[in-house]
Design a protein around this ligand. Structure first.
Ligand SMILES: NC(=O)C1=CN([C@@H]2O[C@H](COP(=O)(O)OP(=O)(O)OC[C@H]3O[C@@H](n4cnc5c(N)ncnc54)[C@H](OP(=O)(O)O)[C@@H]3O)[C@@H](O)[C@H]2O)C=CC1
Ligand SMILES: O=C/C=C/c1ccc(O)c(O)c1
Ligand SMILES: [Zn+2]
Ligand SMILES: [Zn+2]
Length: 406
């Protein structure tokens, strides 16, 4: 595998046809060569320039302008719509820690102005001539990915989130050369492939966090065969993704242990989220007593942390599933995995097919998220609170109720 960033180029934000090196050679971030693997060569014709513009709609979003991450109103035009495109009025958008990583340029790849938001629930307001799956007034969801090549092995296997030519819902460039912008905005244009219907049994604001946080835990549980009842689960880091981990694991009939950095969330974890057990990671005696008890751990910590204490908690064949985005190398001693045939793995969101399944699962089992709904003018405060670990457990922005467009 060639990790050299110079082998990855990308269309710039302008619409001319010059192909620039992406990331730019001056970008000197430790993760750059690795992150560059997520952004790969793309030509305007790769997916097709949709054509057939009805209107070029001007919308208002809240954008970060630089790595301070501070958001402020930003006016821009939506991309031209084509036959397979759906225009949605954004109703609600969840606030994921990835939005914080991206707006603050934690990964060294951020482009500004950047309108974040990838847990988007909206109402369909316009459909292209070839849109078959949705109609005006449907309540729909969009997530982290809004494009893929449709030709590669991951795409053909309905695992398009692993397509090397995927298009991120923001901080990326669409096939027409226009920057993608996310759900902290009054409207978005999304290809029907990357939309799902929100089942009627789910409240739209409740559904928003499912589109990233929920999916991110559901997908590895399914993929790694962790949906059978009776397993012992660990959830490391009780935030937006972690609390959905507790909810899904409980819904699958697992015994769930939360492993947290403090005792602060104990009562809520047990009484409101349904956790069976709660460990504080610095409690050496508690951690030692829990050694060899877990079949899997969903690790959602978004910062450097040692892996050994958590590997110790796993049983024979146990799995440590890394979900947090961490811009430093992690370390472990090989006997920690060898003596117990343990796996350290990772997972990235989930596919559109899994999104549909996951939403049906939530509707059928009554799985909901625990949210704090705020208006857009609270977004900067919400980011600050997310950064200082002061959210129970997901902020959701009431975008439509924030009356963004003048
Ligand atoms: N793999 C994927 O596809 C996805 C990855 N992500 C990534 O997952 C991570 C978590 O996202 P999200 O749940 O939204 O984030 P949150 O901030 O909501 O939750 C993270 C939790 O981790 C714990 N934590 C936070 N900071 C630290 C720290 N410095 N050291 C130890 N523990 C810490 C806290 O739990 P506690 O108080 O219990 O210790 C916190 O609540 C992020 O890196 C995000 O980018 C998100 C979505 C999809
Ligand atoms: O929140 C969703 C996106 C997650 C994500 C996972 C991995 C990675 O490198 C990212 O930049 C984002
Ligand atoms: Zn996310
Ligand atoms: Zn592909």
């Amino acid at each position: 595998m060639n990790l050299s960033p110079s082998h990855h180029f990308h269309l710039p934000h302008s619409t001319n046809s010059i192909i620039h090196l992406f990331p730019p050679p001056h970008l000197n971030h430790p993760l750059t060569p690795f992150i560059a693997l997520m952004y790969s060569p793309r030509l305007p014709s790769a997916i097709g320039n949709m054509g057939s513009l009805k209107t070029e709609k001007t919308v208002t979003g809240w954008a970060a302008r630089d790595s301070s991450g501070i958001l402020s109103p930003y006016s821009y035009t939506l991309r031209k719509t084509g036959p397979e495109d759906v225009v949605i009025k954004v109703l609600f958008c969840g606030v994921c820690h990835t939005d914080l990583h991206q707006t603050k340029n934690d990964l060294g790849m951020s482009k500004y102005p950047m309108v974040p938001g990838h847990e988007v629930v909206g109402e369909v307001v316009e459909v292209g001539a070839e849109v078959s799956k949705f109609e005006v007034a449907d309540t729909v969801g969009a997530g982290v990915i809004v494009g893929c090549c449709r030709e590669c092995a991951p795409c053909k296997a309905d695992t398009e989130q692993y397509c090397s030519r995927k298009i991120w819902s923001y901080n990326d460039v669409y096939t027409d050369g226009k920057p993608t912008q996310g759900g902290f905005a009054s409207a978005m244009v999304v290809d029907q492939k990357f939309l799902v219907k929100i089942p009627p049994g789910l409240a739209p604001e409740q559904a928003a966090p499912l589109l990233c946080a929920g999916l991110t835990v559901y997908s590895p549980m399914k993929h790694f065969g962790l949906m059978e009842t009776g397993l012992s689960a660990g959830v490391l880091g009780l935030g937006g993704v972690g609390h959905m981990g507790v909810k899904f694991a409980k819904a699958m009939g697992h015994h769930v242990t939360v492993i947290s950095s403090s005792d602060k969330k104990r009562a809520e974890a047990v009484h409101h989220l349904g956790a069976d057990s709660y460990l504080v990671s610095s409690d050496e005696a508690g951690m030692a007593a829990a050694a060899d008890t877990l079949d899997y751990i969903i690790d959602t910590v978004p910062a450097f942390h040692p892996l050994e204490p958590y590997l110790s908690l796993l049983k024979l064949n146990g799995k440590l599933i890394l979900l947090g985005v961490i811009n430093q190398p992690l370390q472990f001693l090989t006997p920690m995995v060898m003596l117990g045939r343990k796996s350290i793995t990772g997972s990235f969101i989930g596919s559109m097919q899994e999104t549909r399944e996951m939403l049906e699962f939530c509707e059928a089992k009554g799985v909901t998220s625990m949210i704090e709904v705020v208006k857009m003018d609270y977004a900067n405060e919400a980011f600050k609170r997310l950064e200082r670990n002061d959210v129970r457990y997901r902020f959701v922005i009431d975008v439509a109720g924030s009356n963004l467009d003048p």
